[in-house]
Design a protein around this ligand. Structure first.
Ligand code: AOF
Ligand code: ZN
Length: 319
């Protein structure tokens, strides 16, 4: 069966619904079709210990279209073939009477990697890998943690046109626009942990929570050599999400990896970001370039200086 771009996008969209909630597992989406190409079931992996995407799609079919006959399964990740917290998806596929499976990227977990094909072929089920860059990108954090034990690290810093990340009183809170802050909030919904240095807690006192739909699974992390942090800081007082404190970034990442965290977002400051670069653990760097100028004084909007109505520019570099 051939899949349209819309169908592939739908499968990826389903997978993304689980982003930020599935650790230590990856986000995965699945769709089930009849031989004539009608979609009769959809699902995604919501949380570790709960159904995998394939089983969600099969259950959706049984609930909504029990009279239709399933023929082809499209899944963003190679189906697992060994039981873990839940049963193996290849078994569920066999039991459901599915004839063909197409997956968009190989499972980096050695327990399952390149094993689905043989497990299904024994039952006459075809199993095809249709490589898809976006599906690979989606599990990049999971892949890095499985391979190295360390989470995937995204560093995000906002800076002014004259290259400053804070004003001369150390305040970096008002550099990026409201629009960029909303975009950061969305990024926070997709990660497992947000990490900042002690200086950022002292100067900015951020909540580090997502702006839109709150993510109860999000963990906040502070790296502080001295451990001397203001007890009244929002992240300790608001009681909304867990906050962990570590005395150095390497220990923090090893421990977060051990806890099964796939993706950590570092939101500053410069000292912590530099330490992460020196450790060689940064996978993605997001600079938000804001049309403002600080110079030797406070933040001025570049519009006042004649630069017009410029918007923040988001520049993302991936290793
Ligand atoms: C799939 N579909 O939706 C996911 C998969 O402990 P378990 O039983 O949940 O198994 C976790 C492993 O299964 C995980 O490390 C990865 O290899 C795979 N994830 N596989 O077929 C899914 N989340
Ligand atoms: Zn599975």
């Amino acid at each position: 069966m051939e899949f349209s771009t819309d169908t592939l996008n739908r499968a990826l969209e389903l997978a993304r619904l689980g982003e930020g909630h599935t650790r230590p597992n990856p986000p995965v989406g699945a769709m089930l079709f009849t031989a004539r190409g009608k979609c009769i079931g959809e699902g995604y992996h919501r949380k570790a210990g709960e159904n995998h995407a394939e089983v969600e799609a099969i259950e959706d079919w049984k609930r909504r279209n029990p009279k239709s006959k399933p023929d082809t399964l499209l899944v963003t990740l190679e189906p697992c073939s060994k039981p873990g917290k839940v049963g193996a998806c290849t078994d569920a596929i066999i039991l459901a009477g599915i004839k063909h499976v197409t997956y968009l990227c190989t499972d980096p977990n050695p327990k399952n990697r390149n094993k689905a094909h043989d497990a299904l072929a024994a039952y006459g089920i075809t199993c095809k890998h249709l490589p898809c860059e976006e599906a690979e990108a989606l599990i990049r954090p999971f892949a890095k943690r499985v391979k190295t034990g360390i989470p995937y690290v995204t560093v995000k810093l906002a800076m002014t046109l004259d290259g400053k990340i804070a004003d001369n009183w150390g305040d970096g809170k008002w550099i990026s626009s409201e629009e960029s802050r909303i975009a950061t909030g969305k990024l926070r919904e997709r990660v497992d942990a947000i990490m900042v240095g002690a200086g950022t807690v002292r100067k900015d006192d951020p909540s580090l929570l997502s702006h839109g739909k709150p993510n109860p699974d999000l963990v906040r992390v502070v790296v502080s050599r001295s451990g001397r942090l203001p007890a009244e800081a929002q992240i300790f007082m608001d009681g909304k999400n867990r906050t962990l404190v570590f005395d150095n970034p390497h220990t923090a990442l090893v421990e977060l990896g051990r806890m099964g965290m796939n993706h950590v977002l570092c939101e500053g400051g410069a000292t912590l970001a530099t330490s992460l670069v020196e450790l060689g653990v940064v996978d993605e760097w997001l600079t938000v370039l804001c049309p403002k100028v600080i110079g030797e004084r406070h933040i001025r909007d570049a519009a006042v200086l004649g630069a017009g109505k410029l918007k923040d520019l988001h520049i993302c570099l991936r290793v």
